[in-house]
Design a protein around this ligand. Structure first.
Ligand code: SAM
Length: 317
């Protein structure tokens, strides 16, 4: 975030139409399964790989914040889900975390997970945390915080931002929530499917759909890709089966300028993996997180994406 003054507050949007409630209901109903069950899932390695990507991304940007001599590191986890990244923040030794998500049950589970983690590690320092249920595409988060003036060093938005591209207003409100309260020099980081890759695979297919026996992506039609509301259905082995929206990355970059944001880093999963795996510590973490074998390919991505070949290198490590 560039260190200019903030824009004046925009008008609050609060309609309840759109896919938000379907998305919330879907994630609320998702069951947490145990490690044994997870390890037998066909997407075990894919999930682990995605987790490793997030760890490396979070680690990289916490380092950058620390290089700026920031103290009391405060993070916004936008679309925190059931708290899959809590341990990463603990390992990153942050001071305060705000976890927010549209799915109320997920937020409750995230809070429970945090309490369990704190109780388990009662002799160690664990960051402070606050939990907020809100539709980040329609509500202003700061109005729901204990301290509405809180500012963040990092906003982390992992596999979430694409839900906002339903309309311009929703994408803008989510960006506002992500960026408006960043400190000067703060970072908005995230992972989102690669719109270019999705369209490339769709255009190469004979139908409106592509995928394999683990995932499928189905568009309503080919050849028409509006900037907002370009919906596709994504299915991944019992994990996600909700409408998502194509994110045209250059538009996101333009829109973010309104919040004084400048793009400094964008990688596909493949590029990110190749960059990070040169570091022995990251390579060890990949092995430890069991992210190295036979994961099927799905077009998930970060500020970053992946494709069929991305994992070949990992398999061969
Ligand atoms: N970030 C978590 C992670 O990486 O484990 C969860 C990712 S999950 C794929 C997507 C999350 O986005 C879900 O928890 C969902 O409820 C949340 N989400 C979707 N639309 C949202 C919205 N409008 N506002 C806030 N959260 C939203």
């Amino acid at each position: 975030r560039k260190s200019d003054a903030l824009d004046p507050p925009a008008k609050k949007s609060c309609t309840s139409e759109g896919h938000g409630s379907a998305v919330a209901a879907h994630y609320n109903e998702l069951q947490e399964c145990g490690l044994k069950e997870r390890s037998q899932s066909r997407i075990f390695y894919l999930r682990n790989f995605n987790n490793w990507m997030k760890s490396a991304l979070i680690g990289e940007f916490l380092d950058r914040v620390r290089q700026k001599n920031r103290r009391n590191i405060t993070v916004l986890d936008l679309g925190c889900g059931k708290g899959g990244d809590l341990l990463k923040w603990k390992k990153g030794r942050i001071d305060k975390l705000v976890c927010t998500d549209i799915a109320e049950v997920s937020v409750q589970q995230c809070e429970q997970r945090y309490s369990d983690m704190k109780a388990r590690n009662h002799r160690e320092y664990t960051f402070e945390a606050e939990f907020v249920t809100a539709d980040a595409t329609k509500e202003l988060l700061f109005e729901k915080l204990t301290n509405p003036d809180l500012t963040f060093d990092i906003c982390s938005c992992q596999f979430v931002y694409h839900y906002s591209f339903e309309t311009y207003e929703q994408a803008d409100t989510m960006l506002r929530n992500a960026c408006e309260r960043l400190c000067p020099g703060g970072y908005f980081i995230g992972t989102t499917p690669d719109g270019f890759e999705l369209v490339k695979r769709l255009e190469a297919s004979d139908t409106n759909s592509f995928g394999n026996d683990v995932y499928s992506v189905t568009f309503q039609e080919k050849g028409n890709y509006p900037l907002f509301g370009c919906q596709y259905d994504f299915k991944l082995e019992g994990v996600v089966n909700v409408p998502e929206f194509l994110v045209y990355f250059p538009v996101l970059v333009e829109m973010a300028k309104k919040y004084k944001m400048k793009l400094i880093y964008k990688r596909t999963f493949k590029e990110f993996f190749e960059e990070k795996v040169k570091n022995d510590e990251q390579k060890m973490l990949l092995r430890k997180m069991q992210a190295l074998e036979q994961y099927p390919s799905a077009p998930n991505s970060t500020l970053v994406s992946n494709n069929e070949e991305d994992y070949e290198h990992a398999r061969n490590l």
